[in-house]
Design a binder for this molecule. Structure first.
Ligand code: MLT
Length: 235
């Protein structure tokens, strides 16, 4: 039987052996929700990088640059990481280089060791689950968290994946059980459950409100972003 596990923050990734695993990176607010939306709206690829300097270099080489730090757009870049910024027909077919505080960093941490790396969000939950069911590998959901700390919204998404796959996979570790039980408690009112959570407070302080309910919608898009080499593409 295949195993499914959850890593609650990228700072704990070294505790997991992922050489037989598909890693689903999730950053619900907002990096992976933004990536899923971008593919649904027709962008060609996203090159996730850890640092602003790498993103700047790629922008100079012709990529469209998207950069966020502390939930705000970094000066000098064309795009931020709000999903709404990618609902733009001028971006159809675009190649984007992206750096975000936690989401792209998590992808870069997972990519050298995992069998495959996918970007998951509530927006493409079912598409991710269906894809995993066709695969012979273990699964690790890697929550991007916030600067090394776990967060509630990524934990909920991890729990949703475990909940969907619990009958087909061995749920071995408490982080997976914890995520699943948290999701089961929260699933009927995720916005209410997340009230006062730290990144929602941060986004509200910055006046970023509509992204929150948008990113908590399930199964809007049949999109599976997968890392091919260094770039995410839609499978
Ligand atoms: C991140 O990658 O840390 C997030 O996308 C932050 C944000 O909400 O802007």
């Amino acid at each position: 039987m295949k195993n499914i596990d959850v890593c609650l923050t990228p700072d704990l990734l070294h505790l997991h052996s992922i050489d037989n695993s598909i890693v689903i990176v999730t950053d619900i607010f907002r990096a992976t929700s933004c990536m899923v939306t971008a593919f649904a709206y027709g962008i060609e690829s996203i090159l996730p990088v850890a640092t602003v300097d790498e993103c700047k270099d790629l922008q100079a080489r012709g990529y469209i640059g998207a950069a966020e730090r502390n939930a705000q757009k970094v000066e000098g870049f064309e795009l931020d990481n709000s999903p709404f910024s990618y609902m733009d027909e001028r971006l159809i077919g675009a190649k984007i280089a992206m750096t975000t505080t936690n989401g792209t960093l998590s992808i870069t941490k997972a990519k050298s060791a995992a069998v495959k790396v996918l970007a998951g969000a509530f927006l493409n939950l079912n598409a991710i689950v269906k894809y995993l069911q066709t695969q012979p590998y273990d699964v690790l959901v890697l929550c991007a968290g916030w600067k090394g700390r776990p967060n509630l919204e990524d934990t909920l998404f991890a729990g949703a994946v475990v909940d969907a796959l619990k009958d087909e996979y061995f749920v071995a570790e408490d982080s997976a059980i914890l995520s699943m039980r948290t999701y089961q408690q929260a699933k009927d009112d995720m916005i209410g459950y997340l009230a006062n959570s730290s990144h929602i407070r941060r986004l509200h302080r910055l006046g970023i409100n509509k992204d929150i309910s948008y990113c908590l919608q399930r199964d809007l898009y049949d999109v599976v972003p997968i890392l091919r080499g260094n770039e995410l593409v839609n499978m």
